[in-house]
Each structure stands twice: as C-alpha cells, then as structure tokens.
Design a protein around this ligand. Structure first.
Ligand code: AMP
Length: 510
C-alpha cells in the first residue's frame, strides 16, 4: 500500500485532467504531476540515499511544491513531516531534531532561519523552487516503493497550545481511511472539482489533498499562499464548485469580507479545529447558504471523530436545528466514539466526560514518546483530552479541553457555555473565558473580550441566560486575543497574562 498509488493511477487514467492550480490557472495536469513526483522520488533515493521510513520535513508556505514533495516523499517510501511555515526557527529546530529527519524542504526565506536552528541529524536543506530543487526534478523517474499499511506516512506535530508539540504517527492506512471518510460523509468530489488551500497545508487543509487526488480533483493554492478572503472570493469565480477547509476564525473573516462572493460557486466550506459559536455559524449560513459542514478531529485522529453534515446545518425546519448547530454532530461511520467517566466506561446521554474514540484513522502513537502514547492510547481507545456529552440522538456536544474546565465553588463551568452567551452581544467580536485562581472560590470566571460592550451589559446578558455562578467575576478588554498559527486561541497565554497582571496588583488587589 502507498498513498502515492492514487496519484500514479490518476496520472495514467486521467493524464490531461487538471491536478494542481496556482491562483486562477492550471499549473499541472495529472500526467505532469505524477511525472514530477516520480522524478523527485528518484532523486530522494539516488541523490541522498534516503531509505524507507526516513523522515523528511516539509517546512513550507502553501504552494504547489508542497504537494509534489509530499507525494514524492511517499512515492520513495519515506515519511513526511509537514511543519507550519509560521513557526519560529527554534520550534522548527525542535521538530527537525525530535523527528530525526535527514532532509528538509523549506520555502525560500525560511532556509536561513532553519539552518540557524538545524540539529546535527539534518543532512540536507533544500529550498523549494530553488536551483537545487529544479535539478532534482531532472532526475530519473523511480518506481513506487511499496509500504505496509501501518508504515508511517505523516508525522503530524500537534499544534501545541500547551507544552512541546508531539508527533502523532499517521500511517498510510490512517490517511486513506480518513480520506475515504471525508468523501463519504463530509463532501463528495468528482474529477475536476477543486479544493482551495487557503488554510495551512501542514494541517487540516493539507489533510484533504489526498481525497482530491483520489477523485482526480484539483488542488488549488492561492497566489498569496495564505488565507485572504478577497482572494478566495475571486478564486471562486475561476474554480466554481470549489470546497475549502477553514478554521472558524477564517470562516468569520469570509463572512465579514465586504467583497462580492458568488455563494453558488462554493461547493462546501468545511470548518473544524476549534469551536464555532452558534451566532457565527448562523451568520455563515445566512451568507453562504447550505454549503457548510463541520468536522471534529485532532492530529491523533485526523479530521475524523464526528461530523455535522451540510443537511444538519441547513435544516432550519428541524425542531432541534439551532440546538444541533452547537454540536459537533454524530460519529463518522468508521469511528466508535464514547463519552467516558474516569473508569473508561460509557456515560449516559446528557452526562459530560472525556471523549474517547477508536477506528481506522486513529494514530499508531507518538513518535519516540512511549509515555505520552501510553497515556493517549489505552485499551485501543484514543483519549482525546476533550470533554463532551452526547444527546439522546447521538449528537456530540463538545465542552472544552479538560484542562480549560473551570471549577468554581466546587461547580464545573465550561468556558464555551459562557462564551456562547457573551457573543450574543452585538458589540462583542471575540471572547475567551478562563479560570483565575481565587482564594474563596478555587477559581473565578474571567472573560477576555474584544469589542465594545460594558461589563454591566455583559453581566445582564449572562443573568438572562446562564446560572449566576457561571457569570464572569471580571471582564478584561483586549484589542486581540492571543492565537497560535492555526488560529486557536491560546488560553494558556491568557492565563499567564492574567497571573502576571494579578502579581502586579499585589495581594488583595482586584
Ligand atoms: P489539533 O490536533 O491541533 O487539530 O487540535 C485538535 C483539537 O481542536 C481537538 O482536540 C479539539 O479540542 C479542537 N477541535 C477540533 N475540531 C473541533 C470542532 N469542530 N469544534 C470544537 N473544537 C474542535
């Protein structure tokens, strides 16, 4: 088995079908892409002597060469380690060292930073699109190196909202299962259908490359290499029926973009990776119509735990429609998902516990980290670290990461519940709720708010919607919330800032 096999088939069966788009134009057809990949694979084996299982880091901005290096790595029987181009050189250095990669492909401009932090294990650094890279593309084409289904294909470094990132080991089988689940239950794709990669290809968006290659679709990279709403809208005119993956913050930016957007040109916007608040989902639905789907997954079970389908999101007449918009939907058919108590036993509907899952997409473990693997994988179940509850119709409601849970006066408070209410205020653009250590309550609820609203108005809103003990005891107004490179709000940083501010105020200060 080898994921590169699907590309080889596409090259043979639909040689002239567009495979890669750059901006508005077709850059490669399938015969062209398959040929480039086979030659690059030849170079990886002959010029560098890489052998099956060796890791290759791809530290690159979104670009067409991302895709071809990814497939060339697989074609040569190697394992890809995609790393976000926005990481600091020291963070990239950590990933290079921890993965033991021998080779790194990097975007132009990132190479100096990487070289400055490169570990000894790294033998070569190749700049994508540079002269050395072009030379590699002139090598002799190689045949695909066969792999076993469980062999490592993608070492997925978790986005690390806390601590050092860990490398989730995703095999060829994991990624094939993930792609099939996507095509069956999230979004269908046919030959010629495009996916726009505005979100980072090292993460969610890149994980959807394979499904589109399987169906001979077109992987399109915006000229800017990033997520610019105006550019995305204009690309939709060139690539009608395009889909895209977007984090909730990106969907919000699309909704807020004043430019004209031909909504009917959108096949599907798939969101996931972080909570989408109901108010934001409603606005997206109003703007784009029934073209939205949600996935819940994590690097350890890539893009595939539960999904809220396009029909669920658009079913305005359903009595539970609005309620379900706050959920992450039902389990993918290939997954068993349960909400468990501390003993691992399933809890009844309505009760909150840790979300556990098992199924074909679930990782084999963390690279070189037996301790973290033993914690995450127990008795065949992946412990997600997320807290949630099922309703009586198997819709999963995510609460928060267990570490974000606030315990105040002995009661559990899920930040998301409070955030959903605060976001109903028209002046609130973004909000994040954390627990502040408190001598009397254990933790006190504190809301960080971006926007214009008075604490009194926000308090009145909370009083009208949630139990009094869940109301924030303090509101802190900020210009922006701290986020990581994938747009996830860094509650750890908010907690650290809050602690620092408290230390500045001294004992008894408020
Ligand atoms: P990562 O491994 O970086 O993709 O992060 C995965 C984490 O993001 C999950 O464990 C959840 O906490 C969160 N997450 C992913 N998808 C969703 C979603 N649809 N709604 C809310 N949170 C999500």
């Amino acid at each position: 088995m080898n994921l590169a096999r699907w590309l080889e088939y596409a090259g043979r069966n639909r040689p002239a079908a567009p495979a890669v788009g750059r901006g508005a134009r077709v850059l490669h057809d399938y015969a062209g892409l398959a040929g480039r990949v086979a030659r690059l694979s030849g170079a990886l084996q002959s010029s560098f002597g890489l052998t099956p299982g060796d890791r290759v880091v791809i530290a690159a901005k979104n670009g067409p060469d991302y895709l071809e290096t990814l497939y060339a790595v697989w074609h040569a029987g190697l394992a890809a380690v995609p790393a976000n181009a926005k990481l600091h050189g020291a963070e990239l250095g950590y990933i290079l060292a921890q993965s033991g990669a021998r080779l790194c492909f990097a975007s132009e401009g990132l190479d100096a930073e990487i070289a400055a932090h490169a570990p000894q294990s790294l033998e070569r650094l190749i700049v994508l699109g540079g002269r050395d890279y072009e030379k590699l593309l002139a090598s002799d084409a190689a045949a695909i190196v066969e792999r076993a289904p469980d062999d490592l294909a993608w070492l997925f470094y978790t986005s690390g909202t806390t601590g050092r990132p860990k490398g989730a080991m995703l095999s060829h089988r994991n990624l094939a299962a993930m792609s099939e689940a996507y095509l069956a239950e999230v979004d269908s794709a046919s030959a010629g259908d495009a996916i726009l990669h505005g979100a980072p290809m090292s993460h969610g968006s890149g994980l959807y490359i394979m499904a589109h290659v399987m169906r001979c679709g077109v992987n399109v990279v915006p000229e800017s290499g990033g997520f610019e709403p105006e550019e995305i809208f204009s690309l939709l005119s060139s690539w009608p029926r395009a889909s895209m993956f977007a984090a909730p913050t990106m969907v919000k930016r699309l909704v807020d973009c004043a430019a004209d957007c031909p909504a009917e040109n959108i096949r599907t916007i798939v969101w996931g990776g972080a909570p989408m608040y109901v108010e934001d989902a409603l606005r997206a639905l109003d703007r784009f119509g029934p073209r939205l789907a949600q996935i819940y997954g994590q690097g350890e079970s890539p893009m595939t735990i539960t999904r809220l389908t396009r029909d669920d999101i658009a079913a305005r007449d359903h009595p539970r429609w609005r309620e379900r918009l706050a959920s992450a939907g039902r389990a993918f058919a290939c997954m068993d998902v349960k909400v468990a108590g501390a003993d691992g036993a399933s809890l009844p509907a309505g009760e909150s516990g840790e979300i556990l899952c098992r199924g074909a997409p679930v990782m084999r473990g963390y690279w070189n980290n037996a301790e973290a693997t033993a914690q995450a994988l127990q008795d065949g179940w992946l412990h997600t670290g997320d807290i949630g509850a099922f309703d009586d119709e198997d819709y999963l409601f995510l609460k928060d990461r267990s570490k974000d849970l606030i315990i105040s006066g002995g009661s559990n408070i899920y930040p998301r519940e409070v955030e959903e209410v605060l976001l109903r205020h028209p002046g609130v653009r973004e909000v994040s709720v954390i627990g502040r250590p408190d001598r009397e309550w254990g933790e006190a609820v504190v809301a960080f708010v971006v926007g214009e609203a008075s604490p009194a108005e926000l308090d009145a809103l909370c009083r009208s919607a949630i139990a009094r003990f869940k109301r924030p005891k303090d509101y802190v107004f900020l210009d922006a919330l701290p986020k990581n490179n994938y747009g996830k709000i860094l509650k750890t940083e908010l907690r650290a800032r809050d602690a620092k501010a408290a230390a500045g105020r001294g004992p008894g200060g408020s």
